[in-house]
Design a protein around this ligand. Structure first.
Ligand SMILES: *Cc1c(COP(=O)(O)O)cnc(C)c1O
Length: 384
């Protein structure tokens, strides 16, 4: 029985709602059929609301990294100058992709746990450095830091550079306004706040970006956005898509539309607030400062003398709860609690209750119930 009672609280893949699982279990349909075209069209109408864009959003059958590669492959030619704003592991990955395509990358690292400093961006963009693109991460999953995409977008929009945003662990859980915030390419993926299994990337492309994409002569095939656009005109995809995930996406978007995006965003902010209050009540500290705290994932420093991975091991082996560990330079130093997508108040209560037990088992002086109580108080509106 306990093998099926698992509590997955990592920043992707995330739990999938039963109605989405049911939609994915429907009979297969042909991807060149009228039924698929109707499905694709319904998805398009809804996903544009999530992206807050009037532009096309392409649904590609690959992981989030494939979506990031699509953005780079269609924009960057060898020798192009690119500015990379790095706040952790995923900012570094975006940079590596740009390098792989021959970009000359100007890297600015703000430190793991810090957010992008707009004054640095302003300085970098001043004096006409000739950047073709600026790379930014909306929600840095490795550190639980939320970056100010509206602020970055306002600065980049004053230059000829395109703004490419990795929104993989944010879109669907954290507000983003692609058009209004001057985001030229926005990428997300299915397995984070979108409540689906892994396997789809979604990518919105602005008209400003299209001017660059059409002129770009760098090689691309599976990742070609012009090919994707030609197919979307017929509510089709260039190659065989993951049809089951498209069916699931339709259902997941219905759930979001029914809840209302404002409510979805408020739910995520509330969960983050509760988690932060709870870990502080246990004497632990979130990695990110309050002003840049991610609504979808919270990274927590492990206490002095306790390894973060030891806490995770007890949680997993004794309680069936999975938290994520640290990546890169934060390995063993932090654990990360995801509260994204199909996540609610009781998930936080459960995760924090488990954390208290794991800390106690490892001999850390913890007042049982203190974290749970802090979270409950946030949910009851008692600690405004
Ligand atoms: C998960 C994640 C990715 C990578 O997505 P994959 O689907 O694993 O390729 C990229 N960026 C961010 C911010 C992520 O959280």
């Amino acid at each position: 029985m306990m093998q099926d009672k698992q509590y997955l609280m990592i920043p992707g893949p995330t739990p999938v709602p039963p109605s989405v699982v049911a939609a994915m279990s429907r009979p297969m349909i042909g991807h060149r059929s009228e039924d698929f075209a109707a499905l694709h069209r319904r998805i398009q109408e809804k996903i544009r609301q999530v992206f807050q864009t009037k532009e096309d959003v392409f649904i590609l059958t690959n992981s989030g990294t494939g979506g990031l590669e699509t953005a780079i492959a269609n924009v960057v030619s060898p020798g192009d100058r690119v500015l990379a704003l790095i706040t952790g592991n995923f900012g570094e990955r975006f940079t590596k992709i740009a390098r792989a395509y021959g970009a000359e990358v100007d890297e600015v690292s703000f430190g793991w746990g810090k957010d992008v400093d707009l004054s640095v961006v302003r300085e970098k963009l001043a004096g006409n450095p000739g950047y073709k693109a600026v790379l930014a991460t909306q929600n840095e999953t490795s550190t639980g830091v939320l970056n100010d995409i509206a602020g970055i977008g306002a600065l980049v929009a004053e230059t000829p550079a395109l703004l490419l945003v990795d929104g993989v662990s944010g879109v669907g859980g954290i507000e983003i306004r692609m058009d209004e915030w001057h985001v030229d390419i926005l990428v997300t993926a299915s397995q984070k706040a979108m409540m689906l299994p892994p396997g789809l990337a979604m990518i919105g492309v602005s008209s400003r970006a299209w001017e660059v994409i059409e002129k770009n002569r760098a090689p691309r095939f599976y990742f070609s956005l012009p090919a994707a656009r030609k197919s979307l005109e017929k509510w089709n995809t260039a190659y065989t898509p993951n049809v089951a995930l498209f069916q699931g996406l339709d259902a997941a978007l219905d759930m979001m539309m029914n809840e209302g995006m404002e409510n979805v965003y408020a739910r995520h902010r509330l969960l983050a607030r509760a988690v932060r209050a709870a870990v502080r009540a246990l004497g632990l500290e979130p990695l990110a400062a309050d002003h840049c705290a991610s609504p979808t994932v919270t990274a927590v420093r492990s206490p002095e003398g306790l390894g973060a991975d030891d806490i995770r091991k007890v949680l997993k082996e004794e309680l069936g709860i999975t938290f994520a560990g640290g990546q890169g330079i934060l390995k063993g130093k932090i654990f990360r609690i995801a509260h994204m997508g199909f996540a609610g108040k009781m998930d936080v209560i459960l995760g924090i209750g488990g954390l208290e037990m794991a800390l106690a088992r490892l001999g850390y002086p913890v007042e049982l119930g203190a974290g749970v109580r802090a979270a409950q108080e946030v949910f009851l509106g008692r600690n405004e």
